[in-house]
Design a binder for this molecule. Structure first.
Ligand SMILES: [Zn+2]
Length: 256
């Protein structure tokens, strides 16, 4: 991991002006920024253009609140699919190289009569054409492992199936989520991460603490990722936590 570039996500700035958040991260020495497309309003053309002009290495995180790609009623999934398509187009327009995808909610009511796998197939059928179309245009899309609620991406088998069925789909390994679902070893012996999310927690919930403020054994985890050389994004809950995480990570990387 010697040559990695440490980036940060705008996740802590959902209510703030994204340009200002990106600007403060760039001033703090982050030359790679993940823009989280879960905000209080859609991006304007002017915002897209001014973010593109910053000359940073940008990636984008999909909108992630209450995604219903798996709902058996297609009309419930349709608006989310349109939002996904718009978000990927925004990422391309902004010059993003990578895009992080969540699998969305599993509507539990329907698991009374259909399998979880059936609902996962619905998500695959609906998102595959969108993901593959944007992949062909050069956007590297990575599905993320999650740790909360009942969602696609919480089980290693979800990620395996998504990658098997959707051409060119990468894997965003969220180290904090992996620690919470207690399957770090299983994930890293089964899947090859293409993109990393880093934050810390006290092994009970997804707190997005600064690295070093929780209980995650980063030195051991990063040793398991010794040959990883993709984007590394700190997803901490404040600007201060991002800056402290970067220093902490740089220290650990020196000692690996
Ligand atoms: Zn994440």
């Amino acid at each position: 991991m010697e040559k990695i570039v440490i980036g940060a996500a705008t996740v802590y700035g959902a209510y703030a002006d994204t340009f200002q958040v990106v600007d403060e991260l760039a001033d703090a020495g982050f030359c790679s920024v993940e823009i989280v497309d879960e905000r209080t309003k859609d991006f304007s053309r002017q915002e897209i253009d001014s973010l593109a002009k910053l000359g940073l290495n940008l990636s984008m995180h999909c909108p992630f609140v209450s995604l219903m790609y798996c709902h058996p009623n297609y009309n419930r999934a349709k608006p989310e699919l349109e939002i996904l398509r718009n978000s990927m187009q925004t990422a391309l327009d902004m010059g993003c190289t990578d895009y992080v995808l969540h699998g969305g909610e599993i509507p539990l009511l329907f698991t009374l009569s259909k399998s979880r796998d059936y609902l996962l197939d619905l998500m695959i059928d609906r998102t595959k054409p969108i993901i593959e179309a944007y992949s062909k245009q050069g956007l590297k899309v990575h599905v993320e492992n999650v740790s909360f609620g009942e969602q696609i991406g919480k089980q290693v088998s979800d990620i395996i199936k998504l990658q098997r069925e959707i051409e060119g789909l990468g894997f965003c390994y969220d180290v904090a989520h992996g620690a919470l679902t207690m399957d770090t070893q299983e994930i890293l012996s089964t899947l090859k991460p293409d993109y990393l999310h880093l934050s810390d927690n006290r092994l009970k919930e997804d707190e997005h603490l600064a690295l070093g403020d929780g209980y995650l054994p980063f030195r051991n985890i990063l040793r398991l990722l010794y040959d990883f050389n993709g984007p590394v994004i700190i997803e901490a809950k404040s600007f201060d936590a991002c800056v402290r995480s970067k220093l902490y990570l740089e220290d650990i990387l020196k000692m690996l």
